[in-house]
Ligand binder design. Structure first.
Ligand SMILES: [Zn+2]
Ligand SMILES: [Zn+2]
Length: 335
C-alpha cells in the first residue's frame, strides 16, 4: 500500500475555536511506533474539555482523538507486537516514563511524566496517526471498527471506574448516561448487579435507553433511587452530582468520579459523607486495564451503539455531544 505524503486532518489551532480541516504531513513512525491507517475514532467528552480550554496543557496545533481504531500501515524495525495489516486500537494513555514512583509501583495511570493521545500527542481525528507499540492494543475479533472505537476510552475508563466501585456491589448507580455508561451497564448487568441509571431531568428517551440495556430503574439525577446504592459512578462532568450521589449511597459506599474534569463541587453537609462513605476520582488507565477490558468485551458481549460522522464533520459531532444529542457514542469514520 502506498502511503501518501500529505493528508487532511481536523486540527485544533487554539482552544475556544472550532477544529479546522487542514492539509498536514502524514507522520512517519519513530522507533517502537507503528503508522496506523485510522478507520474510526471515537469522540469523547475529554475532547470537548480540550477544545473548551478546560484542560490547559494541550500541544498546539493538535490533532484530537484518543479512541483510535484502524490497521497497521507501516512499522519501524523495532516493532514486534504488530504486523502490517493488523487491527489495532490506541487509547488515551500514550506513553509513561517507566521510572517514577508511580510507574515502578504498577500505577502507571498516575505517572509523573505521561503523554496522552490526542492531547500531548497527536491523535486520531486524521486518516493516519502514529502510536507506540507498547501502548497500543490488538482489537478483539468480531467488532466492526466503528463499533470498537468507543471501547478504547468510554469502555476502558468505564471499566476502571466500575472496578474501583468495588467487588461487593449489588446496587450500582450510574450518573450521566452517555458513551461510558452504556458500556459499563452491560458489564455490570452481565456480572449480576442491579443498575440504577440517572440522566438529565426529564430525559425520558435516555432513561428508556438505560432500561433497554438492563437498568433496574432509571430516573432524573434530581431523584433518589427506590433503594440505597452500594456504589455510584458519576460520568457527567457536573460537580453537583457528588452530593446527589452521596445522598443516594449507603453507609460504607463509594462514589467514583469517572471524568477528567468536573464543574466545582458545591459545599455539602458532612453527614452525607459520614458513615465511611468515600468519594474518589479515576485517573487515566493502565495498560493492564486495557488488556483485561478488551478480553472481557467479547465475552459479555458488549455491544456499542454508535452515531457516526465523517471526519470533516468533527465539529458537528462535538456539538452534538455537548448538547446531549448523542445516543451511545459518537464516532468519526474515515473512508
Ligand atoms: Zn476519552
Ligand atoms: Zn512514570
Amino acid at each position: 500500500m502506498k502511503i501518501p505524503e500529505k493528508m487532511r486532518a481536523m486540527v485544533l489551532e487554539k482552544p475556544g475555536t472550532p477544529l479546522k480541516y487542514l492539509e498536514v504531513p502524514v507522520p512517519r513512525p519513530g522507533p517502537e511506533q507503528v503508522l496506523i491507517r485510522v478507520r474510526a475514532c471515537g469522540v469523547c467528552r475529554t475532547d470537548l474539555h480540550i477544545v473548551d480550554g478546560e484542560l490547559t496543557e494541550p500541544k498546539l496545533p493538535l490533532i484530537l482523538g484518543h479512541e483510535i481504531v484502524g490497521t497497521v500501515a507501516a512499522r519501524s524495525a523495532k516493532v514486534k507486537k504488530f504486523r502490517v495489516g493488523d487491527r489495532i486500537g490506541v487509547p488515551w494513555l500514550g506513553h509513561t516514563c517507566g521510572q517514577c514512583r508511580y510507574c515502578r509501583r504498577g500505577r502507571e495511570n498516575l505517572c509523573d511524566a505521561p503523554k496522552f493521545t490526542g492531547y500531548t500527542l497527536n491523535g486520531g481525528y486524521a486518516p493516519y496517526t502514529v502510536a507506540h507499540q507498547q501502548y497500543s492494543f490488538h482489537l478483539p475479533e468480531g467488532y466492526p471498527l466503528a463499533e470498537a472505537a468507543p471501547l478504547l476510552c468510554a469502555g476502558l475508563i468505564g471499566y476502571r471506574s466500575y472496578r474501583l466501585a468495588g467487588d461487593g456491589v449489588e446496587r450500582l448507580g450510574i450518573y450521566g448516561f452517555g458513551a461510558a455508561a452504556h458500556i459499563t451497564i452491560q458489564v455490570a448487568v452481565h456480572q449480576g448487579r442491579q443498575v440504577y441509571a440517572f440522566t438529565r431531568t426529564g430525559d425520558a428517551e435516555t432513561q428508556e435507553f438505560a432500561r433497554s440495556l438492563g437498568a433496574a430503574w432509571a430516573g432524573g439525577s434530581d431523584q433518589l433511587p427506590p433503594e440505597e446504592l452500594d456504589a455510584a459512578i458519576i460520568f457527567a462532568p457536573v460537580g453537583a452530582l457528588i452530593p446527589a450521589a452521596l445522598r443516594a449511597t449507603c453507609k460504607g459506599g463509594v462514589v467514583v468520579c469517572g471524568g477528567i474534569h468536573m464543574s466545582d463541587i458545591p459545599s455539602f453537609p458532612y453527614d452525607i459523607l459520614w458513615g465511611e462513605r468515600l468519594v474518589r476520582s479515576v485517573a487515566n488507565l493502565t495498560r493492564r486495564d486495557g488488556e483485561e477490558f478488551l478480553a472481557l468485551a467479547p465475552k459479555v458481549p458488549i455491544k456499542t451503539e454508535v452515531q457516526t460522522f465523517p471526519l470533516e464533520r468533527a465539529n458537528e459531532a462535538l456539538n452534538a455531544l455537548r448538547h446531549g444529542q448523542i445516543h451511545g457514542a459518537a464516532v468519526l469514520v474515515m473512508d
